[in-house]
Write a protein that binds this ligand. Structure first.
Ligand SMILES: Nc1nc2c(ncn2[C@@H]2O[C@H](COP(=O)(O)OP(=O)(O)OP(=O)(O)O)[C@@H](O)[C@H]2O)c(=O)[nH]1
Ligand SMILES: [Mg+2]
Length: 426
């Protein structure tokens, strides 16, 4: 029991602060999400304060009266800090810190902190450190007395933990070095991508709002064994697995970083190459948490982010996931999608329909063939089986008759060559 009390003492206790500028903005929802973000980062939310204002206060984010209110509340609730729902300017952060004499954080810092504790590959680590350094470059490095009192917490985690204490001059050099490393990693990624496309196995990118069930779906489909958690940003590094469709065709599935509203621009910049996985895919599988009351807003943010990344003109299959706990009467529609499917990645409900849909999308990018191959052309049939969809195969006296759909780009390779066509031999 004693241990638990100690643990509780170490938890940061935060008050969330948001500014609502119009009557119908989504400050309330955004703050609910911020609460989830805070808890993912290990902080307990003890209070929420919303200020209605025509605009965010340029010097202190909220107005003077509100600061006094927050001060009182912090004392009353024994809060250790506050988290503002928008990215604070360096001046706003400093002023609030001076006024409150407590740890002042913002949404960006919390997201960066979560990313920092999740990064596992070298690329992910470079990207997170880069984003953190850029964020800190213009801000105070420490959190004054509040930090030394707590000795850790949000904003102190990261691959370059010690380096973050460097002075600005060194930070600049480190940023340049990380950028160089990132360029190398990118080059490597491009080579892999090229090899993949030379292999002609179609790629489907699984995208969606964070916590929608993307990793769970990949696990269900391929037994990939990736971490899937009821936490925001459980996945940072893209994972690719092969899936054999019922038709026998193979496809590569890539799980990606989840999207979220107000995704910090430093992160988008740093993670661009990771996020761009979707840009090189043949199909977009958009996973939606259909049990989430904010489903529509989340879908909107996903499309907005895809647009920012230049992912347009790709066939989209929208997958309304978590049907096992979604309400029946919820109307689902998605005007951006070419196809929609309802599934539960958990119970496997709807998975066969999903696979059929993926096949249908792939088929649209294929040509139908009907050929009679001489027996020595077995390699071509092997190729059809692997990259295309073999519908019928019949061993006849004069050769192997095949009816299939093949991708346009292997069409030439599996043509029956004139010289060895059994018919021309007649
Ligand atoms: N009830 C139910 N829960 C699900 C289903 N699919 C996923 N979940 C749960 O939703 C949570 C998030 O799942 P993940 O697969 O980690 O979600 P993600 O989209 O990969 O999330 P990030 O990687 O954080 O962006 C986990 O607790 C899953 O168990 C489903 O069909 N039904
Ligand atoms: Mg995931």
């Amino acid at each position: 029991m004693g241990n638990m009390i100690d643990l509780e003492k170490e938890t940061e206790r935060v008050i969330l602060v948001g500014v609502s500028v119009t009557d119908e903005d989504d400050t309330q929802k955004s703050l609910e999400e911020l609460k989830d973000l805070a808890s993912t980062a290990g902080a307990a939310t003890v209070g929420v304060v919303i200020q209605n204002r025509e605009q965010v206060h340029p010097g202190t984010y909220v107005g003077k009266g509100k600061i006094e209110e927050i001060k009182g509340l912090m004392w009353e609730l024994e809060a250790t800090g506050i988290i503002c729902d928008d990215e604070l300017s360096p001046a706003q952060m400093k002023n609030l810190q001076d006024e409150l004499d407590a740890k002042v954080m913002d949404r960006t810092l919390v997201i960066l902190d979560i990313f920092a504790s999740r990064a596992s590959t070298s690329e992910g680590k470079i990207q997170v450190e880069l984003a953190q350094l850029k964020y800190r470059q213009s801000r105070l490095t420490g959190f004054g007395t509040a930090l030394s009192r707590l000795g850790g917490g949000i904003g102190t985690r990261g691959p370059g933990e010690k380096k973050l204490e460097m002075d600005r001059r060194l930070i600049k050099g480190r940023i340049a070095q990380l950028n160089r490393e990132l360029r190398d990693v990118k080059r490597h990624r491009e080579v892999t991508r090229e090899q993949r496309s030379r292999n002609r196995i179609p790629v489907a990118a699984i995208v969606g709002y964070t916590n929608a069930g993307k990793s769970t779906l990949l696990n269900t489909l391929t037994g990939a064994g990736i971490l899937a958690e009821d936490k925001l940003f459980a996945t940072l590094d893209p994972t690719t697995r092969e899936l054999k469709l019922p038709s026998g065709q193979e496809i590569l599935l890539t799980d990606t970083v989840g999207f979220i509203r107000k995704l910090p621009h430093h992160l988008i910049e740093a993670f661009r190459s990771t996020l761009e996985e979707a840009r090189y895919a043949d199909i977009i599988l958009h996973v939606v948490d259909a049990a989430n009351p904010q489903m529509d807003e989340q879908m909107y943010i996903v499309y907005e982010t895809l647009q920012n990344l230049g992912v347009t003109d790709k066939p989209i299959v929208t997958i309304f996931n978590k049907q096992d706990k979604a309400q029946d009467d919820v109307i689902i529609r998605d005007f951006h999608a070419d196809y929609t499917v309802k599934i539960s990645a958990k119970t496997r409900e709807g998975i066969p329909e999903l696979l059929k849909t993926i096949e249908a999308v792939l088929r649209q990018q294929k040509v139908a063939i009907e050929n009679l191959y001489p027996y020595q052309d077995a390699a071509k049939i092997q190729m059809i089986r692997r990259f295309g969809e073999l519908q019928e195969e019949e061993y006849r006296e004069d050769g192997i008759f095949v009816r299939a759909y093949v991708p346009v780009d292997i069409y030439e390779k599996v043509k029956v060559s004139r010289g060895d066509s059994p018919k021309s031999a007649l």
